[in-house]
Design a protein around this ligand. Sequence first.
Ligand SMILES: Cc1cc2nc3c(=O)[nH]c(=O)nc-3n(C[C@H](O)[C@H](O)[C@H](O)COP(=O)(O)OP(=O)(O)OC[C@H]3O[C@@H](n4cnc5c(N)ncnc54)[C@H](O)[C@@H]3O)c2cc1C
Ligand code: FES
Length: 274
Amino acid sequence: MKQEALFLPTIVPIKEIRQEIPLVATFRLPKPEGFTHKPGQFLEVSLFGKGEVPISISSPPSYEDILLTIRNTGYVTSAIHTLKKEDKIGIRGPLGNSFPYEEYKGYDILFVGGGIGLAPLRSLLWEMLYHRGDFGRIILLYGARTPSDLLYPWQYEEFERKGVEVLLTVDRGDEKWTGNVGVVTTLFDKIKIEPERTVAYVCGPGIMIKFALRDLAEKVGIPANNCIATLERHMKCGVGKCGHCVIGEKYVCIDGPVFRYPEIRMLEGYDDPW
Ligand SMILES: Cc1cc2nc3c(=O)[nH]c(=O)nc-3n(C[C@H](O)[C@H](O)[C@H](O)COP(=O)(O)OP(=O)(O)OC[C@H]3O[C@@H](n4cnc5c(N)ncnc54)[C@H](O)[C@@H]3O)c2cc1C
Ligand code: FES
């Protein structure tokens, strides 16, 4: 990827839009020439006259296009949600670090997601499915507020067909829901794993990340260094210049957004936004 791609948006047409659940849609974009990324990286997505927002790449690197799953939450994202197929959008990146991957070949993999946090995990999960033989068990624990908030509802069966153990939970069920009710950490008691040979990748709301990492390391017994999360902070530039994303000595946009549990615990001011 050319260096300018980090500072200047590349304008691309939207190839397709899929409404996943209310307020959340996935936008399919063509890869600009030479574009490559790693799971965990994000793009700054821009709309002229509106602004720019950081959005994780939810497709795996091996996939032919770029997929961005975006929640309509405010000024810029609501404008993005008015776009149609063939409309143009700006992308800058890929930005940030990525989930450690190579060092965990041969490990069992535990994904722990909450809400829209499944989007960045999906990039890594699919990349591992493209290289299924490189990894042991793959388990997905995923929670959302209600059954209709569970992201990618059409995809769980496909994950299971590919050998992923999927456990879902919701904070509040409805008349049709027969599954688990409770926060995602309540699923930890329902799985039997070998903690020493397991790596956990976590993404979701800040409060969920905090408790999930603590329980994974301290109750489930996964070595703290193998408990990995991707953090969200308010961002502007995405390239370590503006200071909007700073926590302690770290710039979430360039030192992260992926951090290991011991590093997260040490970040000065980590507890403030919870
Ligand atoms: C590295 C990274 C990856 C992200 N990946 C995704 C993704 O894949 N899909 C997705 O839908 N969203 C993602 N986000 C969050 C997304 O960037 C924000 O929802 C977006 O910037 C909101 O912009 P807006 O102009 O629509 O909302 P605004 O009008 O600016 O704000 C609406 C509300 O959202 C809050 N908000 C704004 N930005 C953030 C933020 N960064 N973190 C938490 N709260 C925020 C505001 O305080 C306000 O309450 C990611 C954020 C980061 C930092
Ligand atoms: S977003 Fe500007 S320094 Fe990180």
